[in-house]
Ligand binder design. Sequence first.
Ligand SMILES: NC(=O)c1ccc[n+]([C@@H]2O[C@H](COP(=O)([O-])OP(=O)(O)OC[C@H]3O[C@@H](n4cnc5c(N)ncnc54)[C@H](O)[C@@H]3O)[C@@H](O)[C@H]2O)c1
Length: 217
Amino acid sequence: MAIADLAPAEETLGLVSAAGSEGFAARCDVSSGESVAQFARWVEEHFGRCDVLVANAGIYPVMSFDDTTWEGWRRVMSVNLDSLFHLTKAFLPGMREAGWGRIIATASNGFYSGLPDLTPYVASKGGVIGFVRSLAIEVGVAGVTVNAVAPSLVRTRGTTEGPHESLGMFEKVRERQAIRRTQLPADVAGLVSFLASDEAGFITGQTIPVDGGSVRV
Ligand SMILES: NC(=O)c1ccc[n+]([C@@H]2O[C@H](COP(=O)([O-])OP(=O)(O)OC[C@H]3O[C@@H](n4cnc5c(N)ncnc54)[C@H](O)[C@@H]3O)[C@@H](O)[C@H]2O)c1
């Protein structure tokens, strides 16, 4: 597994090797086409090609629309949506050549309900959903599936360090869910792992909520 992150990803790499897999982690800014192209060269040197692309990096700054500057808007769009363009441009050709591939992006169930003070974020995730829906039609013949997962509020580093706890968001979100516990990263990983498998080969163009039954589409 090759891990692209702006921050050091040694912890994730440790989990990968504990699970019996090998790989490397590299600093990569997924909002930059050049940085992603460099990462793709390292992947090629190390593994030959990429079979499964999981586009997961994302940011979710909480701010009212009035406080959102053009730069702030562009930053969210570029990390959450432009990244999908850069990563797919870099890795889709190898998948086409192999006649098999999986592209899995992380959307958000907030797209369905809307989220106050997160307008750029929700707009970017709407872009992700449109991206997978359309690209899937173009690449199905090449054996490549393109899907997204749509979690609820997950307890991750980002939401633990953010204002979510102090704003009572975990509690409010739990109350909306059919399954009333806080979502954990493993809940999302299970769906991602399934979508990457051969068993999911007939699922494409979909955004699948994995959110304890919060939204029902
Ligand atoms: N946590 C939630 O409640 C939740 C809910 C729905 C969707 N999501 C989505 O799940 C994904 C992961 O969220 P998370 O909560 O784990 O976030 P997080 O902040 O805990 O982790 C995000 C990771 O992305 C990396 N990153 C940020 N910008 C980057 C860039 N430009 N290039 C490369 N790496 C970059 C960070 O270094 C970090 O390791 C995001 O796309 C987010 O929108 C999260």
